[in-house]
Write a protein that binds this ligand. Sequence first.
Ligand code: AVJ
Length: 322
Amino acid sequence: MAVRAAVRDESIKPDSSFLSDVIAGLAARPKRLAPKYFYDEAGAQLFEKITTLPEYYLTHCELQVLRERSAEIARFFPANSALVEFGSGSSRKARIVLSAASTVSTYVPVDISAEMLNREADELRRDYPSLNVLPVVADMMQPFSLPPAVAGMPHAGFFPGSTIGNLEPHEACSFLRQAGRMLGRGASFIIGVDLVKDPKILNAAYNDRAGVTAKFNLNLLARINRELGGNFDLSSFSHQAFYNSERHRIEMHLASKKRQKVKVAGRTFDFRAGETIHTENSYKYSLESFAALARGSGWNPMSAWTDANGKFSIHALVFDSH
Ligand code: AVJ
């Protein structure tokens, strides 16, 4: 996250790009909206709920790998290093690696939500008294500056959650290269990546029986109604999620159940019956395809670990180009 990503609460700062992106996305064919806009207050809460669902194996499996491999992961953090987390959210996963890594002296959580960031930073300082916590409010998908205090230290990056899957592969490549330039030559990067698997398991993870993912997807329309004065009738749109096996990605859409017109910010948008708004891609990789992507963006794949069932992976990369 896109990333839980660029993600998080954009509504706390005036964000006119939400309005212009929605207008442009609804005027486009096919219609589309960016997944980073899922995460207003309600959306972030729904996502937290998704991570506890039995079908949503991603979080359970990633936590399992982080717990089992925390000592091996910690070896990628040099003495007196700074750990930079992209889209830190609740820092729950960082806590697992920080607890195993006494070599990390400074933790730099980067997130778009200042409120969440400062709240979590206070709790981390209380729980890890010897750790220097230096939060940065930024959209981690855009270049940002590291705190001056970490300038002379070795750096490591942390990007769990398979948020990188929200990016098109070529965007993931640019993101990795940009992160490498920022972290510097010799830096390591620990990244969570969801794996290609039986489409039945993938489809179930994004079509949970309790309907939380549907609510999460539809919340985007509710958010447009709340913040941009839209008049979407949520009951006339349905959640669609399916695995596109040619492109190795889950696609999420919102499908109009009928021909209708919707108003947003004074403009009218026409929907055909069955027409969809494409709201998310979640790319899945094999261990090899992700390693190849990393290599192509200047990173050297060093290790990769999976959970016992091979559903989810954590990669350790070292930056070798400049
Ligand atoms: C936060 C982007 C990793 O793609 O699985 C969960 C978001 N979308 N259910 C994912 C999401 C629908 C999630 N990421």
